[in-house]
Design a protein around this ligand. Structure first.
Ligand code: FE2
Length: 387
């Protein structure tokens, strides 16, 4: 990892925990697992459209009789796409209820047993007791706890493992290898929770996981003419893991969070934000490969960019016309600026979507874009008849 990247993912948040013992040291995101209806086709989509590479596979050929999983990689991001093979698999229940979506946010740890012990003694609900999996490349220790909804945090200890991904998987060699689009690592993952549940989960991340509430936005800041939401950003001790938590707020029409909760049938992951060093190139590639993004904010938004950038105006390298052409949004805070764009939902249910983000020093989440962004989402909701 280059010096610049270390700076961009750490955010100086170590200071929050100075002097305090971090009882849950997290090294990073290990993988994100989706339960999907047809993993073979989903894998093709994430390779073709998002430039992920084939990494590992588990299925009938490897002795897995119950489910199939495809592991995809792009720089530090690993996605696992899993489908049940029989009607008896419990994975079906998840898909029937939620549609395709994120089941597991796996966290890379040095000691999975300790992570499990520390979090369960603080009240975490058990998903998987510490389990050792072995093959000729060594061993992995896994342990899981539930977070919001049916979503799981899996602690993954891989310091004694040299294989491609995990025991049970074989290396996936494919003749079809579309080029990557420049996605580097997961910047943050956002959870949507129900009415009056945001603070419950903020407290859960504080008490059970030792996270800090690093930024908050109330419904006065995040609202449009029609709808509103509230959001609090939780961060772990070294700042590598950031989980904003959203809940709907009362307004004239239906909050986009409520629409999500209706269609996901409960709390779950709303979006995965992935970082790039060159958003113009990444988004140009994604568009050429068929990814649909939210429509652009109005002309006035782009006309106002020099004002919004303030003192960071001179450091901006990107051409505003080019950003507008690609519908990329821009926001600034005291430390710099950021560029971001949001895909439309990637499933037929209006649930999970991706954000592409390029940080140029800014540590925020694009609060200055919320209004323009949500107006754009509402135009999409209106088309679906769910506003
Ligand atoms: Fe985001």
């Amino acid at each position: 990892m280059s010096k610049k990247e270390v700076k961009s993912v750490n955010y100086g948040l170590e200071k929050i925990f100075e002097g305090a013992q971090d009882f849950l040291p997290l090294l990073g995101t290990d993988y994100v697992e989706f339960y999907v209806g047809n993993a073979k086709q989903a894998a093709h989509f994430y390779k073709t459209a998002f430039g992920f590479q084939s990494l590992a596979y588990k299925g009938l050929e490897t002795g897995s009789k119950d489910s199939v999983s495809y592991v995809l990689v792009q720089d530090k991001i690993r996605l696992v796409l899993t489908t049940p093979l029989t009607s008896k698999s419990k994975i079906n229940d998840h898909i029937v209820k939620h549609g395709d979506g994120v089941k597991v946010i796996a966290l890379w740890v040095d000691d999975a047993r300790s992570a499990f012990e520390e979090t369960t003694k603080r009240g975490a609900k058990v998903y998987l007791e510490p389990t050792v999996e072995e093959d000729e490349f060594g061993e992995i220790v896994k342990a899981g706890i539930y977070t919001y909804g049916e979503t799981v945090h899996m602690f993954v200890e891989r310091k004694n493992y040299k294989g491609t991904f995990m025991p049970g998987f074989k290396k996936w060699e494919s003749d079809y290898n579309p080029t990557p689009v420049g996605l580097k690592y997961i910047d943050h993952m956002v959870g949507n929770v129900g009415w009056n549940q945001m603070d419950v989960w903020v407290k859960w991340y504080e008490e059970v996981m030792g996270f800090e509430n690093f930024l908050s936005f109330d419904d006065k800041q995040i609202h449009t003419e029609y709808s509103a939401l509230m959001s609090k950003v939780m961060s772990n001790g070294n700042g590598r893991i950031k989980f904003p938590i959203n809940e709907p707020a009362k307004a004239a029409k239906k909050s986009q969070i409520e629409e999500y909760l209706d269609f996901y049938e409960g709390a779950g992951v709303q979006h995965i934000a992935v970082a790039t060093d060159d958003i113009i190139e990444t988004v140009s590639q994604l568009k050429a490969r068929g990814i649909e993004f939210l429509p652009p904010p109005p002309q006035a938004y782009y006309d106002d960019i020099p004002n919004r950038l303030g003192e960071h105006r001179d450091m901006m390298k990107e051409d505003i016309g080019k950003l507008q052409e690609l519908s990329i949004m821009i926001d600034a805070d005291e430390e710099g600026y950021l560029l971001q764009i949001f895909t439309k939902p990637l499933e037929d249910r209006p649930t999970l979507f991706f954000e592409i983000i390029q940080r140029m020093g800014a540590k925020g989440f694009g609060a200055g874009n919320f209004k323009a962004l949500f107006e754009s989402i509402e135009r999409e909701q209106a088309k679906r008849g769910t506003l």
